[in-house]
Design a protein around this ligand. Structure first.
Ligand SMILES: C[S@@+](CC[C@H](N)C(=O)[O-])C[C@H]1O[C@@H](n2cnc3c(N)ncnc32)[C@H](O)[C@@H]1O
Length: 280
């Protein structure tokens, strides 16, 4: 008969051999998900019998094949909010919280009824994090993936923000008109030849549409930036996530369409992470 401890020992050993970075912690999260028991129970009662461990064992072998933990448990936290994630959405990354922080720093009155546009919304994490901080703001999230837009709408509803968020399927700015106080975007920016070299969780399981930035990683910026000056209200700002070595190239593209670019902002690992652009 298997116990919590024997399940965790087996799971951690399999995940460790597969190269998963925090095998015991992940085994615990998978067992909590599979059994419906809390992590605190798993830690406090290691000798408790687990009646049916088949779901746990399936999840461990999927994780050993490097399927992301978030896909297996169906959620990921961002800005301390729970987000549903699926194979159609990019996993929200802690580094992208830099975009939310930078956007909030540009807001002088958090009670103003701001209008926000999120281009390439995925799970809706950037837009919904902002709406959670700006109680009278409203926003639109755009994604070319129908499935991602649907997940974003579900996240908005689950977070109680559905009344202030709309999601549309479209090619960047084509489906929207202007008048936005804030534009945020974390577009795909991985150069085509770099995708296969990413960790397996990303290259095998995250949607290509969310990663692929064309040959040089900049094709989405080339598509998005020309619309930005026309979309911004007077005094509005656009906050763009960038890859660690893209600050100069994206700054040049933004300046080419007449935007003023503030000094690049770094993430927690001190890598260049975001650009704040204003109308000139
Ligand atoms: C890097 S992901 C970012 C997702 C989310 N905003 C986040 O920060 O986690 C880029 C998103 O852009 C979407 N996308 C790619 N090409 C697009 C296009 N032409 N028009 C609109 N969205 C697009 C992808 O489907 C994906 O959801």
């Amino acid at each position: 008969m298997s116990t919590i401890k024997s399940n965790l020992d087996d799971g951690a050993r399999i995940l460790n051999s597969a190269g998963v970075e925090s095998p015991r912690q992940e085994a615990r999260l998978l067992l909590a998900h599979a059994s419906g028991l809390s992590v605190a129970t798993l830690m406090g009662y290691p000798e408790r019998v687990v009646e049916n461990d088949s779901l746990f064992r399936q999840l461990v072998s999927r994780r050993a094949a490097r399927e992301p933990l978030s896909h297996l448990v169906g959620r990921r936290e961002f800005w301390s909010l729970p987000f549903k994630v699926t194979a159609d959405t990019l996993d929200p990354r802690p580094d992208s919280e830099t975009i939310v922080e930078a956007a909030l720093d540009c807001v002088s009155d958090r009670s103003a009824p701001l209008r926000i546009l999120d281009l390439g919304t995925g799970t809706g994490c950037l837009l919904l994090a902002l709406l959670s901080e700006l109680p009278t703001a409203s926003g639109v999230g755009v994604d070319r993936s129908v499935a991602a837009a649907r997940v974003a709408a579900e996240n908005a509803a689950a977070l109680g923000l559905g009344g202030r968020a709309a999601f549309v399927v479209g090619d960047w700015g084509q489906a929207v008109t202007g008048g936005f106080d804030l534009i945020v975007s974390n577009p795909p920016y991985i150069p085509r030849d770099h995708i296969d070299g990413l960790e397996l969780e990303v290259s095998r399981y995250e949607p290509h549409l969310a990663l692929a930035g064309g040959e040089d990683g900049l094709s989405a910026y080339r598509a998005i930036l020309p619309d930005v000056p026309g979309f911004l209200s007077p005094g509005g700002v656009a906050v763009l996530e960038i890859g660690a070595d893209q600050a100069d190239s994206v700054t040049a593209l933004a300046q080419k369409v007449g935007l003023l670019v503030s000094p690049v902002r770094s993430d927690l690992a001190s890598r260049d992470r975001c650009l704040v652009c204003r109308k000139g």
